[in-house]
Write a protein that binds this ligand. Structure first.
Ligand code: GCO
Ligand code: CA
Length: 255
């Protein structure tokens, strides 16, 4: 990264749900752009393994194991950051889960679990981050939405409701924070090759549908989110507010 506009040197980025999957790919990409990284997840062992692999590559990595859906844990994590003088300059709200069930068979506990993990978490973690960013007049919040932020799909109602919420929550964040020098934006990944999607990837009918309907004619690779993430985390996006950038091989342009 030679263009200083896109450099993340001297910035610290917290990426939620980053022990694996899209979160780990994004955290790695931000590290490659110069940021120090705070990895988050609930499984402390898996977190340490991922941190060790990044440290082996020479990156500065801290781990913070906490549950992004638990308000007290989120507040405590930020108090720990304060005590350790760890300033979060960039927050990527990536933590997410999927649960597939037709609406008439869906129980409210699973509905709530998906909403809490994919949507409420972004509110909770951003609130604590923004409380500290606003007085500094600088900060970046990048919410991970989805192609489903603007579309429905059978069997994933709570996920689409949460991801739709992410899109408009991002707009409200921008409405409140842009004047304070804090930019909030979102990334809308399309169909990506992740563990979460393994059942879909392994289903030949679904796999063919994705390849047929995506203008790029293929699934996305997790590292293909890095360009948008670095852009939205860097000074290159200082006048970009409340947007969702779809990284979906063109799917949202045609569907
Ligand atoms: C699903 C998938 C989602 C999609 C994503 C596309 O069941 O719809 O699990 O995670 O991959 O919404 O943007
Ligand atoms: Ca994940």
């Amino acid at each position: 990264m030679n263009n200083p506009l896109f450099s993340l040197e001297k910035r610290t980025a917290l990426v939620t749900g980053s022990s694996r999957g899209l979160g780990l790919a994004i955290a790695t990409g931000l590290a490659e752009a110069g940021a120090a990284i705070v990895l988050n997840g609930i499984n402390a062992d898996r977190l340490e393994e991922s941190a060790a692999r990044l440290r082996d590559r020479g990156f500065a990595v801290t781990t913070a194991a906490f549950d992004v859906t638990d308000e007290a844990s989120v507040v405590a994590a930020f108090e720990r950051f304060d005590a350790e003088k760890l300033q979060i300059d960039i927050l990527v709200n990536n933590a997410g889960i999927q649960y597939r069930k037709p609406i008439i068979e869906l129980d409210s506990a699973n509905w709530q679990r998906v909403i809490d993990t994919n949507l409420t978490s972004a509110f909770l973690v951003s609130r604590e981050a923004a409380k500290r960013m606003l007085p500094r007049k600088r900060g970046k919040v990048v919410n991970i939405g989805s192609l489903m932020s603007g579309l429905g799909r059978a069997t994933v109602a709570p996920y689409t409701a949460a991801k739709g919420g992410i899109k408009t929550l991002t707009q409200s964040m921008a409405a409140e924070w842009a004047e304070h020098g804090v930019q909030a934006n979102a990334i809308g990944p399309g169909y990506m090759l992740t563990d979460m999607n393994q059942a879909l990837i392994d289903n030949p009918e679904f796999d063919n549908w994705v390849k047929g309907r995506t203008p790029s004619k293929r699934w996305g690779k997790p590292e293909e989110l890095v360009g948008a993430a670095v852009f939205l985390a860097s000074d290159a996006s200082n006048y970009v507010n409340g947007q969702i950038i779809y990284v979906d091989g063109g799917m949202s342009a045609v569907i």
